[in-house]
Design a protein around this ligand. Sequence first.
Ligand code: DAH
Length: 349
Amino acid sequence: MDPLEPVVTPSQTPAEPLRVAAESSSALEELATLDREPDVEAWRVRWLGRRSQLALALRGLGRLPASERAAAGRALNQAKKELTEGCRNRLAELREQATRRLGALDVSLPGRPLPRGGLHPITLTERAVVAAFAAMGFHVIEGPEVELDYYNFEALRIPADHPARDAMDTFWLAPPEGADARRSRPLLLRTHTSPNQIRFMEANDPPIRLIAPGRTYRNEATDATHEWMITQTEVLAVDRGLTLAHLKGTLYEFARRLFGEDREIRFRCDYFPFVEPGVEVSVSSPGGWIEILGAGMVHPEILARMGYDPEAYTGFAAGLGVERIAMLRHGIRDIRRFYENDLRFLRQF
Ligand code: DAH
C-alpha cells in the first residue's frame, strides 16, 4: 500500500473507529520486525501520518452519532498513544543497537595514517584573487560554462564574421537532442568569463562591482603557456564617473595584494571589441613580462544596449588568467603541470 494514498477520505464512509483502533495491535507487531530507521519512519507515516486511517477516523469523530462518539474517541486516542510510544521505543532500541555495534570497534587502535588532501593550487590562487577584490568591495557572481553564442560573442560586440573569434577557437556544442537544429540557438563552451558582464547588466542597474570566477575553454593546441581549459576571473564595475584611473588603481591594488610590493606591473594598449580603450597588463618575472589580464573601459555601445545612459555611466572591466597568476606566484614554468594530476607536483601546495 502506498503510505501517501489515503485509503478512505473523510467525505466518504467515516472509517469505523473501533475497527481502526483494533488494527493497531497488528501495526505494533509489524513495527517489531523493522530494523532500519527509514523503515520505521515509513511505518510512522503509514499508521500515524496525516492521511493514516487513524487520523481520518479521528477527524471523522464529529460525524458519529453522539452516543458512539465517546467510546470511539477513547479507543482511537488509546490506539494513537500506543502507536506513538511504540514508534519512539523502537527508534530508541535501534539507536542503542547501533551504538553497541560501534562500541565493538576499538577506535583507539593506531591505524595507517590517512593521506591528507589539500586544495588545488588553482583553487588557492582563485581564492586569493577573489579575496583581493572582495576586500575592495566587489561581490562574486557565477554564470554557466555552457553558454549561448549571444552572451559569449554577439552581445560583446564580436559578431559572426569578426576576426576576434579566430583568436578564441571555440568548442561548439551540438543542439540538445530533439531540438530543431535550424531553430535552436548556437551553444558553446564559454571561451572567457566576459559573458557574465552581459548576464549581470541585463538584469541589474548600476552601480555594479562584481567579479565572476570560473572555467573557460578553448579548442587550441597546448604548450607551456596554453591550456584548452583555463580559469578566469571577470571584473566589472559600472558607476557614475568611473575612469581609466579607477581601473588602473584597482588593478595596481590587486597586484600589490597578490604579488607584494616588489613586482613591477606594466600597462599596454590592447584591443578587445567590448572595451574602449583596451589594455593588457603584464607582471615582471625572472623570465620576462608575463601577461595576466586584459582590461578596459566598457564600450559605451554595450552600456547603451543594457539600457544604461552612457552619458551618465561609465564602466571598467577586466579578465584575469588565474593559471598565469598562479605560475607567477609559485615560479611554475609550464601551465600543463596544473592538470596532469601528478601528486608529486600537487603535494607542494
Ligand atoms: N575576455 C578576454 C579574453 O579572454 C579578456 C578580457 C579583456 C576581459 C578585456 C575583459 C576586458 O573584461 O575588459 O581574452
